[in-house]
Design a protein around this ligand. Sequence first.
Ligand code: G3P
Length: 205
Amino acid sequence: MIFVNYKNYEEGTGENAVSLTKILESVAHETQIKIIPSVQNVDTESILASTSLEVWLQKPEEILPSGISGMFLNHSMYKVENFDDLYAAHEKAIAANLKTLIFAADLDELKKIAALSPTYIAYEPPSLIGSTTTSVAQAEPEIISQAVEIARSFGLPLVVGAGIHSQEDVRKSLELGAVGVAVATDIVKAEDPRKELLDLVEGFK
Ligand code: G3P
């Protein structure tokens, strides 16, 4: 699976967000790989009206739009202040029947968030987020392996992200035991997002 985080990039906002989601949907249908856009709250209505993909939010919102399937929590752009806040936000998401993905910046944090039993846990080292040259899969394979062990000990699927930009990154992440990747820059800022996405999907084959 591939989570595509639109962040607050202009290329992932408004009309662009709708067009990008159409590209994600066509690649998902063609390749049968699960692709999930994680979008800005303001765009949920127009995106939901134009796609059959699951649509996730990038962070908790006061009023949750209907129709969304899941929510990111504790992403580096929207870090929670403390564990109690994370717990409360997670409980609220579960009460709304949403799937959840909680991010961790290191292995200690990963252990703590795993205790909440989200649908997915994710490891994203902040220093590599946004890199177009070095991915977590290239730079930190041993840490990914340890993250996979932690995730498995809690019975949870692990997603990895930060600098993912090639099919080799995806292949390596899966070989190490991750179930998928989270990616932003390589897709959302791409001149040809479809081409980049098709390249990443090759890593699943
Ligand atoms: O959630 C995915 C995101 O934080 C990774 O960003 O730009 O390194 O793919 P990027």
